[in-house]
Design a protein around this ligand. Sequence first.
Ligand code: SGN
Ligand code: CA
Length: 535
Amino acid sequence: MNGKLLVLPGALCAVTGSAFAQQTQDGARKRPNIVYIMSDDHAVQAISAYGHPLSQVAPTPNIDRIAAEGVRFDRAYCANSISGPSRATILTGKHSHKNGFMRNDRPFEGDQPNMAKILQANGYSTAIIGKWHLGSYPQGFDYWKILDDQGMYYNPDFIVMGDTIRQPGYVTDIVADESIEWIDRHKDGPFFIMVHNKAPHRNWQPAPRHLNLHEGTFFPYPDNLFDDYKGRKAAQRQEMSIDRHLMPAYDLKLFTRKDEGWDPKNDWGPDYRFMDSVQKAAYIASYDAANKAYYDNPPTGDSLTRWKFQRYMRDYFSTIASVDENVGKILDYLDSTGMAENTIVVYASDQSFYLGEHGWFDKRFMYEESMRMPLVIRYPAEIPAGTVAKDALVQNIDFAPTLLDWCGIAAPGDMQGESFRAIADGGDKAVKPGKTWRNTLYYRYWENPGIHNVMQHAGVHDGRWKLVYFFTNETPVPKEHFFELYDLRSDPHEMHNLYGSKGTEKQSERLMKELKRLAGYYEDTLPPCPELERL
Ligand code: SGN
Ligand code: CA
């Protein structure tokens, strides 16, 4: 069931002691500021507060601080695991088919309502700095300074209120520094700022000060690095594998000895076009020793895949070092100015990411590593430190209704998400799945044809069981379709597709009915197939 939370907005805040500190003299609660920090492709496995072995060798102490001083959501999910669609969903509180932004390659219809417009209309100062990736220009922001398309790591082009400039510096530092400057100019509040990092998006170029940070780090391998994709046809067709699809020069930085040796047909090249000569020399030099070892004794077969994984992790985590440092800078600024108590700080990523699980990089699939989102929130005036929501299923459709709720603004009725404010304040015990909170999630991935060739699919997730309906692109009736069924309790890495196996028929039927019900509830139309029609 997808019932509304029965907890009234503000009800919990009124009973917490610290909330009283935020009452103004006339008794009204002071409206909070919001610093919404979001990175791009930052995997749950790469935030040490979540405890994954990979993150323990490259921890994120500042992001962890947000979790320790606030709430950590263990079951936050996106509705469509790629950038633009996730961002559009966050802004509108709607699934992709409702806000019209289903895949990365179309412009977002900016005239529709969004959370920034609503906050602005309610007296908030609003800004976005960093990655935007929605094609059309931002609306609802008093100030916007967005990266051109995906943005570059070094000396990036920004579009500032319509004018393009190239700005010297490292992208993650620029975004945080300018966000702090903007906050400082608006510290009387209330304000809403989206601080959107490019990192750790492909092709993982670390800041000059972090170029050799993880040269000697050993990153533990996931158990399913060498997945054979048995029983999973869509996984067999993807083009996002570490062994076959990472490009030698562009992704793996194998360029020091053979600078001209990369093949332009299969490789986009070293991609240091925006670097100045000093930056470029330091960047190339940082791979010299490791690349020499590689060329002196080139690994093959599984050893080569392991080598590629280590190189991918070295660069990926090195870009996260700057993200975490800059989160620390923002937290320190808020603490030192006395703004921390009444400022909501969110840290999230547009989606999580594969760090070698199933042999992959990238995202898109409804499997856990890419459907999840890291989500931690600090709001000392209301959220008790150390809160954990382990089980409640929250989704990016809920972000706008929740933030608006904290600001005392009712979400428009056509937003599809619900406020999870009570869960943030009280953890899982604040809600009863199926009674006061949803117990299933709806997911749909649209971008096919498209880079990495992940088939279109739709699915339902109930916290333990997951049913995925894959289909080819022909309309109205796909030529080919198939289902997958997973029991996350016995198979957390989704290696065993149980669909069609004896004894699971009832689960499949239950979840197919729920998939149909959710598609109806969210007013989506699924491509027809006999299995769903007969129900
Ligand atoms: C780029 C990447 C892809 C990635 C998409 C979408 N290539 O095309 O690997 O899947 O973006 O990512 S690269 O040219 O950037 O290296 S998303 O996070 O923006 O949706
Ligand atoms: Ca992304």
